[in-house]
Design a protein around this ligand. Structure first.
Ligand SMILES: Cc1cc2nc3c(=O)[nH]c(=O)nc-3n(C[C@H](O)[C@H](O)[C@H](O)COP(=O)(O)OP(=O)(O)OC[C@H]3O[C@@H](n4cnc5c(N)ncnc54)[C@H](O)[C@@H]3O)c2cc1C
Length: 494
């Protein structure tokens, strides 16, 4: 694709991660060119890349996120499936929460795949949209006004990746004024833009850029449970496993873990833990860590397969949100999405889904191309902050408990916490309706008030009178746990 033609509106999206790609899809329209810049050289294959250090960690796309991406990129799910993603009924996962095992149920399917594959399929689809291009090897270093309503996005080449970057594309429409680079790499001509979207993830430099534009600092909220991941890829023959995946949630003072399949007959097996409970970085240590969990499924899964490669660790997991909604005089034509706006502790699997919902919200705010108009970007930023509110509350309240941080003493929060614990207790004693209600909330498909439905309250009252059923039994995970008669043909489900 060439440079934007005369009279074409130009949108520059900083960052070709999930949030940047989905935003590009949301904003693509006739009369507009969208350029997505990334500091990495963008690979043609689904492989991890340095700019997304979380790329080797497990990534679950919630059903709500899948639906939102389908709206932006119709047929995305089918393409991911064709590329090897594994469809899974999340109600069939072996799920050990803080109170016990979740009862088996039927819930919407999700597709399990590695993060590089999810991103690869999304990037291929987005680049095929008319007027959209993704340009790698461009590390954005600053943002300036060019007159009253346009932007200049400063970038350097070769600032990040080890591989030599491609030469910048020919750019008749671009200014020749090259600012000096203060961050290494060769300065490239700035990218003029009518709209700029920061989707550069946790590494976003937007606070610095806003300060340079003379705006007051946005308050930053942070709740850090110091959660760490240690992950290996495991080739696991399908005939050994009967559960479609295993989740052991970390608890205060105890580690957890997750094992999920992905494309190519591989599983990712991870240990997770907060603070002192973070998993070690070496394979023998990870084995010992998984063996010491509340359940031994994960270490047995690891033993049943063949480990490929080394242990990938990740520790940048704080919940952090920038309250850009509180900045007075927010610049017109500037937007911010994804982890650059609000990053969540990833153990709750919300980041990609929230990014997809934000992209949909921007498409709505854009309407017939209104996003560049005065005041519209500020309103859109406020909408995106609001969209993150529920997942933020869920992730930060759970993390406060996990890390032993002070929790809210507001009566409504205390009561809500107690009620959620009661619904969870019903679920771990076999109440599928309670399990579905909780699951819909965690999957961002319902609001907290849905837990107050009269039917659920009536079930709780009945359980108070008649007593709870027995605790849910641990589901079989490996085939050799099934009674011999139930093992059936190889590849059967639980
Ligand atoms: C360990 C871990 C596990 C996770 N698991 C899940 C999960 O199960 N489910 C889920 O939904 N989410 C999960 N997430 C969160 C998810 O990865 C992100 O929330 C989601 O991908 C949205 O991120 P993003 O696109 O905003 O940022 P990123 O994915 O970080 O992408 C940012 C992009 O910006 C580029 N960039 C950065 N700075 C610049 C610059 N100056 N110039 C140009 N380009 C730049 C980077 O190279 C990168 O490509 C997990 C995260 C972690 C850390």
């Amino acid at each position: 694709m060439g440079e934007p033609g005369a009279g074409q509106e130009h949108v520059v999206v900083i960052g070709a991660g999930i949030a940047g790609l989905l935003t590009a899809a949301a904003l693509a329209r006739d009369g507009r060119t969208v350029t997505v810049l990334d500091r990495d050289d963008l690979p043609d294959a689904p492989v991890p890349r340095p700019g997304v250090p979380q790329g080797r960690q497990p990534h679950l796309l919630l059903h709500r996120g899948l639906l939102a991406i389908e709206e932006l990129l119709p047929g995305f799910g089918a393409e991911l499936l064709a590329a090897g993603a594994v469809p899974v009924d999340t109600g069939e996962l072996a799920w050990l929460g803080t109170g016990g095992w979740a009862p088996p149920s039927h819930q919407p399917h999700v597709l399990l795949a590695t993060r590089p594959l999810i991103e690869h399929v999304a990037r291929r689809r987005v680049q095929a949209l008319p007027g959209v291009r993704a340009v790698g090897g461009q590390r954005v270093t600053g943002l300036r006004r060019d007159g009253a309503s346009r932007w200049l996005v400063d970038a350097v080449t070769a600032g990040w990746s080890d591989a030599p970057p491609p030469p910048p594309p020919p750019s008749p429409g671009r200014s020749d004024a090259v600012p000096p680079s203060s961050t290494g790499g060769a300065a490239s001509p700035p990218w003029p833009a009518d709209l700029v979207v920061d989707a550069s993830g946790r590494a976003s430099r937007l606070p610095t850029w806003l300060a340079a534009l003379g705006r007051a600092e946005a308050p930053v909220e942070e709740v850090d449970a110091h959660l760490g991941y240690a992950t290996v890829r495991v080739r696991l023959p399908a005939e050994h496993v009967v559960a479609p995946g295993v989740v052991v949630l970390p608890q205060r003072g105890r580690g957890g873990g997750i094992a999920v399949p992905a494309e190519g007959g591989r599983w990712t097996v991870s240990g997770t833990g907060a603070g002192e409970q973070r998993p070690p970085r070496d394979l023998p240590g990870l084995r010992d860590f998984l063996a010491a969990l509340r359940d031994d499924s994960l270490v047995r899964l690891l033993a049943a397969g063949e480990v490929e490669g080394d242990v990938a660790t990740h520790r940048q997991t704080a919940n952090r949100r920038h309250r850009y909604d509180r900045v007075t005089g927010w610049p017109d034509g500037l937007l911010v999405v994804g982890d650059a706006l609000c990053a969540f502790d990833p153990v709750y699997g919300q980041g990609m889904t929230v990014a997809a919902l934000e992209a949909l919200a921007l498409r709505r705010a854009d309407g017939a191309g209104r996003l560049g108009r005065p005041g519209v970007a500020a309103r859109a930023v406020r909408t995106c902050v609001r969209l993150g509110e529920l997942p933020w509350q869920m992730a930060t309240s759970a993390d406060r408990v996990l890390a032993g941080l002070p929790t809210s003493r507001a009566p409504v929060s205390v009561l809500a916490g107690r009620w959620i614990a009661e619904v969870d207790r019903m679920s771990t004693h076999g109440d599928v309706e309670a399990q579905l209600a909780l699951s819909r909330l965690y999957q961002l498909a319902a609001t907290p008030t849905s837990l107050l439905r009269p039917r659920l309250v009536a079930r709780w009252l009945r359980a108070r009178v008649r007593g709870l059923g027995p605790p849910v039994r641990r589901p079989p995970v490996l085939r050799d746990e099934l009674p011999v008669v139930a093992r059936g043909p190889v590849g059967g489900a639980r």
